[in-house]
Design a protein around this ligand. Structure first.
Ligand code: ACO
Length: 432
């Protein structure tokens, strides 16, 4: 891991005492006050709900400039990666720090193929889930169950990292496809060594013994792109969950299962499902664009513009730009006219010109257009967040590995400002 440099100092005066803390700087000029000894020095803690001002680690994986709309994995701009690489190349980049050579890619792909089956006994688990169980519920449970079937790679040694990563990438994709098949009551489809990672995923999802299914190159290209857009996003909610759970020494599978649960929420990865549900509601109820905007601004109305706003991006999310273009391409190539896309475009245009959204720097985020693309590809709504999870997996693995190698990391343990009752006595039950 690269070192940060100390560039200046900050002085804090508290109760007549002046304390000095170093200001550190990362490779893109981001600065932070290193306050590791604040409590020891002053008995003070920092209060920062939502961690909007808190840097929990030093990381080499992903750089975001939210004001300028920049996203880079290991130094490579997101649009270059989305336009020139496959998801597996990007996964390798995130996990190993460098794009693979042809030989490394062939080797990694071979392991991905070899590790793609899941233990037959695991398939029995699926049979006991009720029909229409949410695939995210099944996926998170299956992810942690992997540790009981494959415990030998719980904490991979340095030379086993690629095998452990490939195993998880490959098996989680198989599990995601099986959870879908289970949720619709269809027979499971095995992975095939003749197909690439993404082709295999689509085949396991959409092949049925009673209808011909040919993996379509347009869908494969779009899926590679969508997965790349989701592959990492520095210390977001699910990645922080993976790191927090991992900081206790929990194994890779358990940490990733925590990430899947965190991702499920509608304020995070679940937003792609929530966007489609919102657009369907607008369509079904015949809401006008003006009504939607008014309701989204009304603090007494739970209606929000799902797929809008972001903790870090205060300009257009660079992923949303790529997702919008990919969405238009897929719909055009497939000859699909989707009224929801028309609503989404109008809503975006109107919101971007509205004072409320302008003042708060609210722009479409990655989830705004991905749902429409996935719908066109034939995915049911409750699979959208599963696709996001498959995409985010290399990022979670990269962060889990980085944290494990970081000598400065300790168990994650925030503090609090207590506001409950002060010390009191227990009254006998007849006097309470
Ligand atoms: N619609 C309407 N108003 C919004 C929206 C929205 N989508 N997002 C934020 N605002 C408003 C807030 O009400 C707040 O207004 P106020 O200053 O008058 O109180 C202001 O904008 C700032 O918003 P916060 O909620 O403080 O922003 P925060 O950084 O805490 O939340 C979040 C970010 C969760 C993404 C939020 O914008 C949101 O709920 N968006 C919709 C859900 C969504 O799309 N999530 C996906 C995020 S991307 C991802 O995780 C992959």
């Amino acid at each position: 891991m690269h070192e940060v440099k100390e560039v200046s100092k900050v002085e804090i005066t508290y109760e007549g005492k002046t304390l000095t803390y170093p200001v550190i700087e990362g490779s893109e000029g981001e600065r932070a006050i290193n306050m590791g000894s604040l409590r020891k020095d002053t008995k003070l803690i920092s209060y920062d709900p939502g961690f909007g001002n808190t840097g929990s680690c030093i990381s080499d994986v992903t750089f975001i400039d939210g004001e300028a709309g920049i996203l880079r994995y290991r130094g490579y701009p997101i649009d270059d990666l989305a336009n020139n690489c496959t998801f597996i190349e990007v996964a390798y980049l995130l996990i190993n720090g460098e794009l693979p050579t042809q030989e490394e890619l062939t080797d990694f792909s071979r392991i991905l193929n070899r590790k793609s089956l899941i233990h037959e006994d695991m398939r029995n688990f699926f049979r006991n889930y009720p029909e229409h169980a949410h695939p995210m519920a099944i996926l998170s449970a299956m992810a942690v169950s992997l540790s009981s079937f494959y415990p030998e790679l719980d904490r991979p040694a340095e030379e086993e990292v690629n095998v452990a990563a490939a195993r998880l990438l490959s098996k989680l994709r198989t599990l995601a496809a099986l959870s879908y098949k289970q949720s619709i009551g269809h027979p499971h489809v095995y992975p095939s060594s003749k197909l690439t990672y993404v082709e295999n995923f689509l085949n396991m999802l959409f092949y049925t013994p009673v209808a011909n299914y040919e993996v379509d190159p347009v869908t494969v290209r779009a899926m590679n792109k969508l997965l790349i857009l989701h592959a990492d996003h520095e210390q977001n909610c699910s990645t922080s969950a993976v790191r927090l759970v991992g900081s206790s020494g929990a194994n890779l599978y358990a940490s990733v299962a925590a990430g899947i649960c965190a991702l499920w929420g509608p304020l995070h990865g679940g937003a792609n499902q929530a966007v489609i549900e919102m657009l369907e509601q607008i369509h079904r109820e015949g809401l006008t664009i003006d009504q939607c905007i008014a309701r989204a601004k009304d603090k007494n109305d739970p209606f929000r513009l799902m797929g809008f706003g972001h903790r870090v991006y205060k300009s257009y999310d660079p992923r949303a730009k790529i997702a919008k273009k990919a969405c238009e391409d897929v719909l055009e190539t497939m000859g699909i006219q989707d009224e929801l896309l028309d609503i989404a475009v109008q809503l975006e245009e109107r919101a971007l010109n509205d004072e409320y959204f302008k003042e708060r720097n609210l722009y479409p985020n990655v989830d705004y257009y991905t749902g429409i693309t996935l719908r066109a590809m034939g995915f049911p709504t409750d699979m959208f967040t599963v696709i996001f999870a498959i995409g985010r997996l290399p990022g979670w693995i990269a962060h889990w590995l980085e944290q494990r190698a970081d000598k400065d990391q300790r168990i994650g343990r925030p503090r609090q400002v207590y506001t409950g009752p002060t010390k009191r006595k227990i009254l006998p039950i007849d006097q309470r």
